[in-house]
Design a protein around this ligand. Structure first.
Ligand SMILES: *Cc1c(COP(=O)(O)O)cnc(C)c1O
Length: 418
């Protein structure tokens, strides 16, 4: 041991204590935020390694700094595994996260002022798909499409009509709060009808896509963008897949267009996550995510909850709490106090404001990573029902929190030190 190289708890006991506290919180509570997961210990070991020290602007074998013998192999390993997993012709693992990955698509294919289309944020789209407060809505002419009032599903007729009227340069499909599968082929034909580039953003569903549990847009969309830390269960990061013809324009958009040196420790963590995702057990995991979400949805419907679109065929559920007489914020704060961590969320055509909307979004990727199954989903539905009925009953919330903690003790979370 190098005595001149003290540990975190010696250098910074305050921060070490905060990490301990977060470890405990992540162990003792049920994580139902659909964009969150537990990266494995192996992923975290790679992410916390000396690879964070190295600058490597450029791409493998075309770098601007020396000393890349190892780094080139790390990046090539990540790329090779992702190509196998997703069947992609070209992969870029350098985007710092999902939002920068999406910005690279705009930079590669659009000029400021060009027209772009994406699913509206209140309908379940992402900020970076052209929302007004995002750079993507400020620097581009954004034409949002929505979902149908009748069934909460994406209205492809509306997408086609808007595309024909506005002739966008770029169409984004992909969602952040939408419980159904996407019809990538239908988006492809709409993009072709108007000569638009089609980008599919699979940030939430990458782990379902690479296992065949959700249809893949790879080979259908011109570009596929993703995060690496949601259902894919890697470190926080981003990745891009595209056809060979778009490889160089997209690579140049990431570097030097948007970024400097890649985060090599993150690239290494992505390589490890890809290795884990290549094992047959990851497919079983992805299937269990959807099975759990479906079960939780059915159990909540049976308890009188209004589930947007009536259920789910992916990893998440959107509850409209209007009929329960509780707002999304009140419900999510009460659930958090009870050890059930979710987020308040707008529902389609929400009459309430985004900061206190009518809905709550629930997802099963993280609880499934802990090995929880249908029996736990039934318990969860009961607890959610009790909390939503009496969100101000502190004694109830404390009792549920204790029950949740007792349950969690039997399901250790990957990567969490307790
Ligand atoms: C989470 C998400 C992103 C952004 O990812 P960040 O890593 O938070 O920047 C982009 N698109 C969709 C659809 C997402 O759900």
């Amino acid at each position: 041991m190098n005595l001149l190289d003290p540990s975190l708890s010696e250098v910074d006991p305050t921060l070490a204590r905060l990490i301990d506290e977060e470890n405990r919180r992540e162990h003792e509570t049920l994580r139902l935020i659909p964009s969150e997961n537990y990266a494995s210990r192996a992923v975290m070991e790679a992410t916390g390694s000396c690879l964070t020290n190295k600058y490597s602007e450029g791409y493998a074998r075309k770098r601007y700094y020396e000393g890349q013998h190892v780094i080139d192999q790390v990046e090539e390993l990540a790329i090779a595994r992702l190509k196998t997993l997703f069947g992609a012709e070209h992969v870029n693992v350098q985007p710092y996260s999902g939002s920068p990955a999406n910005l690279a698509v705009y930079l590669a294919f659009c000029n400021p002022g060009d027209t772009v289309m994406g699913l509206a944020l209140p309908a379940g789209g992402h900020l970076t798909h052209g929302h007004s407060v995002s750079i993507t809505g400020r620097y581009f002419k954004s034409v949002p499409y929505g979902v149908r009032r009748s069934d909460g599903r994406i209205d492809l007729d509306e997408v086609r009509a808007l595309a024909k009227e506005h002739r966008p340069k770029l169409i984004f499909c992909g969602t952040t709060a939408y419980p159904r599968q996407l019809d990538f082929a239908a988006f492809r034909s709409i993009a072709d009808e108007v000569g638009a580039i089609l980008a599919a953003d699979i940030a939430h569903i990458a782990g379902l896509v690479c296992t065949g549990v959700h249809p893949s847009p790879v080979g259908i969309a011109d570009v596929v963008t993703s995060t690496t830390h949601k259902t894919f269960r890697g470190p926080r990061g981003g990745m891009l897949f595209c056809k060979k013809e778009h490889a160089s324009v997209l690579d140049r958009a990431v570097f030097p267009g948007l970024q400097g040196g890649p985060h090599n420790h993150t690239t290494a963590g992505i390589a490890v996550a890809a290795q884990e995702a290549l094992s047959p057990s990851f497919r079983t995991y992805a299937e269990a995510i959807v099975d759990n979400a479906r079960t939780l949805g059915e159990e909540l419907v049976a308890r009188g909850f209004a589930v947007v679109t009536g259920g789910t065929d992916n990893h998440l559920l959107l509850l409209d709490l209007t009929n329960k007489g509780v707002t999304g914020k009140v419900a999510s704060k009460a659930l958090d106090r009870a050890g059930i961590v979710a987020n308040y969320n707008a529902v389609p055509f929400d009459p309430r404001k985004p900061f206190d909307p009518s809905g709550v979004r629930l997802g099963t990727p993280a609880v499934t990573s802990r090995g929880m199954g249908r029996d736990v989903m039934v318990l969860l539905a009961n607890w959610i029902d009790q909390v939503v009925k009496e969100p101000a009953n502190d004694a109830l919330l404390d009792r549920v929190a204790l029950d949740v903690k007792a349950l969690c003790a039997s399901y250790p979370a990957p990567g969490i030190k307790i």
